[in-house]
Ligand binder design. Structure first.
Ligand code: MF3
Ligand code: CO
Ligand code: CO
Length: 345
């Protein structure tokens, strides 16, 4: 989007952030640009305005995201072993709500799939920069997972069309990689799950795109430490409800809320298994005790504003109703004899 100056004007603009001046290629000394900004762009981004205590106008530095155009599905080569929901074979389902105590064999294979997931997430982090689309990120992640001999678990899971989730800014989770182009000031959660040696490893983190505003940076760092607090609550004999007790007050003290709509989950040879792992206080909370050999994810989503979420018509993309930011971080965790191991470290 380029606007050319035809005037030689010397007026200074509204108190616009540098990000927006760059984003819209606006020359702050040009009257034409200024008019265009006020008439065309400001209404588009008006929901990014807020007023601080001294009533000085600030503009947040991120774009409000809506689902975009999803590209053609990528293929996975024949030789890659695929999970049951892809091949159409019935998955052996453990009894409805019992929490699996995994065998040494499964634990060994979970270590392998989780360390691959962790490597892929680091690889993904290296792709994040202004100008790249979430579709391009997905394509690179897909190729790298396949190159490593694994299957991207999200691809065709309950119809999900891509090889990871990319949730930008006001997208709370389950964003489908599309033609959205990352801009300086955005934040992006990339959620990677790989199926390797017959097991799923699941991990995610939120990354800044270029320089982000202080509030976004704070949200990301509190989200990451909230996850670690949840992890540290895990040990044999601890109740699953203690995860929420470690996470929620910490998030709230720091000015954020926990998204109640999405939970962590048991994981192993199946992508999602019992129990539900809640990150906030709820009567649904699972008071059962952890035992060595249990494996589950912890994946809190922290939100800046209200926790109301809307699912887009694609059936996946969860959006914050108030368009404010959210961030998420996720690990797959094994309960050991003495405490816990982060398998996706
Ligand atoms: N990886 C996500 C989780 O943490 C699940 C994504 S399911 C998908 O549980 F279908 F949206 F990809
Ligand atoms: Co998960
Ligand atoms: Co995940």
């Amino acid at each position: 989007m380029h606007i050319y100056c035809t005037n030689n004007c010397i007026s200074t603009l509204l108190e616009l952030s540098l990000y927006h001046i760059r984003m819209y290629s606006i020359n702050p000394t040009c009257q034409l640009c200024k008019r265009r900004l006020v008439e065309v762009y400001l209404p588009q981004i008006s929901s990014l305005f807020f007023y601080n205590k001294r009533s000085i106008r600030h503009i947040r530095s991120y774009q409000i995201v809506r689902p975009g155009i999803v590209s053609k599905r990528k293929e996975v080569p024949e030789h890659i072993v695929k999970p049951g929901y892809v091949t159409g074979k019935l998955q052996k389902q453990s009894s409805r709500s019992a929490i699996a105590i995994h065998s040494e064999d499964v634990i060994g294979r979970m270590r392998a799939s989780c360390s691959l997931a962790s490597y892929i997430l680091q690889f993904a982090k290296g792709l994040v920069e202004p100008g790249i689309s979430t579709d391009e990120i997905d394509s690179c992640i897909h190729d790298e997972i396949v190159r490593c001999g694994a299957y991207p678990s999200t691809l065709l899971y309950k119809g999900f069309p891509k090889s990871c989730c990319t949730s930008v800014n006001n997208v709370v989770c389950h964003g489908i990689p599309d033609d959205t182009i990352l801009q300086c000031g955005d934040i992006i959660n990339i959620d990677v799950t790989v199926y390797y040696m017959g097991c799923h490893g699941d991990t995610s983190d939120t990354f800044p795109v270029g320089e982000v505003d202080e509030k976004a940076q704070h949200l990301i760092s509190i989200t990451q430490s909230a996850l670690l607090k949840g992890v540290l609550a895990c040990k044999p004999g601890a109740r699953f409800t203690e995860i929420a007790s470690a996470i929620e007050p910490y998030a709230v003290t720091n000015g954020f809320k926990i998204c109640r709509r999405f939970v962590g989950h048991g994981i192993g040879e199946s992508f999602h298994m019992p129990p539900n792992v809640y990150h906030s206080f709820t009567v649904l909370g699972d008071r059962r005790k952890m035992e060595p050999g249990m494996i589950f994810t912890i994946e809190p989503i922290l939100m800046e504003g209200k926790t109301n979420v809307e699912i887009a018509t694609d059936g996946w993309t969860a959006l914050s109703k108030d368009n404010l930011l959210s961030a998420q971080a996720e690990h797959t965790v094994l309960v050991t004899d003495t405490g816990r191991d982060i398998l996706t470290k």
